[in-house]
Design a protein around this ligand. Sequence first.
Ligand SMILES: Nc1ncnc2c1ncn2[C@@H]1O[C@H](COP(=O)(O)OP(=O)(O)OP(=O)(O)O)[C@@H](O)[C@H]1O
Ligand SMILES: [Mg+2]
Length: 252
Amino acid sequence: MVAIAVSELGSISPTPKGTPLARLVGIGKTYGTGETAIAALRDATVDVRAGEVILIEGPSGSGKTTLISILGLLLRPTAGEVWLDGKNVAGLGERALPALRARHFGFVFQGFNLFPALTALENVEIALTMKGSKTGRAARAEATRLLELVDLGPRLHHLPADLSGGQKQRVAIARALGGDPPIIVGDEPTAALDTKTALGVMELLRALATDQGRAVVVVTHDPRLERFADRVVRVEDGLISSITSASERHAS
Ligand SMILES: Nc1ncnc2c1ncn2[C@@H]1O[C@H](COP(=O)(O)OP(=O)(O)OP(=O)(O)O)[C@@H](O)[C@H]1O
Ligand SMILES: [Mg+2]
């Protein structure tokens, strides 16, 4: 497991735990039209709060990726509201979305999505530059800081091919933290990792929520990750079938 001392992460976010950061209300998504239309999601309502880890679970094809993609402004809903910063952004035009997405969200995916020809440091640096949050020396310094935060200080100049799966995912997490987004979303970020490494990555995401007040929303098929979650949202056949809190799960 990654030995991240909780205090090492430091508290960067003044946002008190429990502050609402995003809210999906009555979200629906239908892919296509007419006879081939697929209702992937219906009437989904979820709150995302500072300092919380939310897991999204459910069978394959149930709508998890659809749900988290709508939350992360990667996909537009066909019904419902997406609240960010006290505004419903569901109806905003395409041109408004990239800036909002970059300000509010960091993304972590199953496949890491690192540039293979760039070192760990360069991967994080280029993301900062592309986001427009830092350039030049400042980007390099910030990328170094973020990689040290995820315990990769000794691997700055390694290429992805020379890193383990868990290390690659930690590079991706460092990259997601660039620009200091309040919400980290992950679509099966631990699916390509062995159990021990997966738990280590989840422990790191948990620490980012607890210590830095970020919200972490993660799609997973792995019930062993539930121990890190404040709430588990279960999606079945396009509907949220339950939302259970950690205390409810412990009681059952
Ligand atoms: N671009 C698309 N066009 C048409 N149908 C889609 C599209 N993306 C997803 N779907 C359909 O929407 C439903 C939900 O898909 P989604 O990817 O959200 O499921 P998921 O829960 O993430 O599944 P998995 O666990 O396999 O990743 C599925 O029936 C899927 O086939
Ligand atoms: Mg999926």
